[in-house]
Write a protein that binds this ligand. Structure first.
Ligand code: TXA
Ligand code: MG
Length: 316
């Protein structure tokens, strides 16, 4: 395993590792991904094993261009409008699989659908173009833990490290992409992210929140406990209890803060790195987090925080 700079030589090497069926962790604008050639069953199996990921939780396929999707899935008019507005960018779209789809069925975890996204990061883009394969890439952390937003985070929780980690510095967005299911008549947000419901509705009209609709299929990855640090998490804290570390936001000052200025985009970018810093069992016995407004990207921040605070289960 090596952590390398994103030079053209290293990207060419990484592309070869991927074509040979190996795994490479790489930066995207959201979080670091654990990438493997989506067309090779054995590469996809390695991803599930390295993450300890349940086999029922499907992976996102990353593409280097919108035109790659035509061979993989069945895009429709809503897809076309959305990618014109938001790609490359942090919006994952779930579509019906193409009948001749070359992507491993394991990626879809037994479903007829497939999730695709075109990341907005020069390193991810160069790697995809050099590899010329769709890359399956979940966040590069052990299933159930916090996502990595720096190269060093990738080293901390996986069961097996990838052959290469490409260091692209800190991820700009810091929260995983918004996942939108387009296989239903009314599209459903399965995972909130920095691209908000309002932004999506401005392009394609009404969408639902998967979570709110009991009839909508749940995103299989959206287990109650997720994104969890080792220490217990207490939400909406305005004061610190004995033994806790307070993670502040805006006017609520803590030993650490998501954003002193109360800026939601900054809080999203800092969330996982700050939770990792707070997760120090020698100094503390719990993490208290200040209230974050349920507005814009605040919805996605609170989604992650609620899962980080949820009772831990063994299924994740
Ligand atoms: O920002 C991101 O999306 C990052 C970077 C690396 O691109 N990737 C990421 O992947 O967060 P992962 O595997 O940690 O999360 C994928 C989410 C899961 O909630 C999964 O259940 C959902 O997407 N998903 C994938 N394929 C799906 C499908 N066919 N139907 C429904 N949900 C799907
Ligand atoms: Mg993840």
């Amino acid at each position: 395993m090596s952590v390398v700079a994103p030079t053209p030589e290293n990207i060419a090497k990484a592309a070869q590792v991927l074509r040979d069926g190996g795994l490479v962790a790489f930066p995207t604008e959201t979080v670091y991904g654990l990438g493997g050639d989506a067309t090779q069953d054995s590469a996809v199996e390695k991803i599930y094993a390295a993450k300890g990921r349940p086999s029922f939780n499907p992976l996102i396929v990353h593409v280097g261009g919108v035109d790659w999707v035509a061979d993989i899935a069945q895009p429709d008019a809503r897809f076309d409008s959305l990618v014109r507005a938001f790609w490359p960018g942090p919006l994952t779209l779930v579509l019906n699989r193409h009948t001749q789809c070359a992507v491993s069925k394991i990626v879809s975890a037994g479903r007829d659908s497939i999730a695709v996204r075109m990341p907005d990061h020069p390193v991810a883009h160069d790697l995809l173009m050099a590899t010329q394969r769709p890359l399956a890439a979940p966040s590069a952390n052990r299933s159930g833990f916090m996502s990595p937003t720096e190269a060093a985070h990738v080293l901390t929780s996986l069961d097996a490290l990838p052959e290469m980690i490409i260091d692209g510095g800190q991820c700009r967005v810091g929260l995983e992409s918004t996942v939108l299911d387009l296989t239903q008549t009314t599209p459903a947000i399965l995972r909130p992210g920095s691209i908000t419901r309002e932004q999506i509705e401005a392009v394609i009209g009404p969408v639902s929140f998967g979570r709110d609709d009991p009839l909508a299929p749940k995103s299989p990855g959206q287990l109650a406990s997720h994104y969890a640090p080792g220490l217990p998490v207490r939400l909406n804290a305005t004061e610190v209890n004995a033994g806790e570390v307070l993670v502040g936001f805006g006017p609520v000052k803590g030993a650490l803060t998501l954003s002193l200025a109360g800026d939601l985009a900054e809080a999203a970018a800092n969330l996982f790195a700050v939770l990792r810093q707070a997760d120090n069992t020698t100094l503390y016995n719990g993490i208290a987090v200040a209230p974050v407004p349920e507005l814009g990207v605040g919805l996605a921040i609170n989604d992650r925080l609620r899962r980080a605070a949820a009772p831990r289960n063994t299924a994740s």
